[in-house]
Write a protein that binds this ligand. Sequence first.
Ligand code: PGA
Length: 256
Amino acid sequence: MARKDFMCGNWKMNASHLEAIQMVQKLSYRLDLADYDRVEVVVAPPFTALRSVQTVIEADHLPIGLGAQNTHWLDDGPFTGEVSPPMLAKLGVGHVLVGHSERREHFGEDDAIVSRKLRAVLGAGMTPILCLGETLEEREGGVTEEKVSGQLDAGLKGLAPEEAVQVIVAYEPIWAIGTGRTATPDQAGEACEFLRSSFGGTFGGSMGDEVRIIYGGSVNPGNVSALMAKKHIDGALVGGTSLDPDQFASTIRYWV
Ligand code: PGA
């Protein structure tokens, strides 16, 4: 089965719900049906904007998916400040980021938490986007593969192949996130190829061929086409660039 290109805007802690409405509307003006045929487009606003963005998507029949940046792993309970997978699913959220390096670094999320969240997202009928990647120190120390395959295995531990293949894997070298320093297409392509073969080793070669693996880290209209030319890169997780609808649309339309 051909892997459809996938582009997700990760808005992080940016945009009020009013700004978010404008951002998704502007994005939709810059994309046409042929673009959506070629690329699955998702935006992941902050929690406070999910409902507003969902309303725009629904009212205007936009073929844009709604993503969340985080979730708890339980359905409900005494967890002040948390949001659960069923709450997100009910809002029309289709994708949820898990294991983003900013959450691992600033909020103490370890592999065990990431794996719980990932299972909970699948359990609620949504698609997890499993983020992983190495630090600069790890890359320079030659342990990139060890690091990312460890994160991949831990995140997907215990899943059946038909569950694991629904996950989107986002390779995001930490040194390339928000730094303007993109991995070269070769570096990104090699890491994604390695992750695909590692995935195939665990879940079967045909699953490895099917699973979508995307790259994230300072992706912009200037570097996206060289990244997308790599056989094993199926899309991008776009942070800073996705805050500007013009720039994000140009990134999505990487072939233009
Ligand atoms: P960036 O963020 O595009 O701003 O580097 C990517 C991400 O963190 O998902």
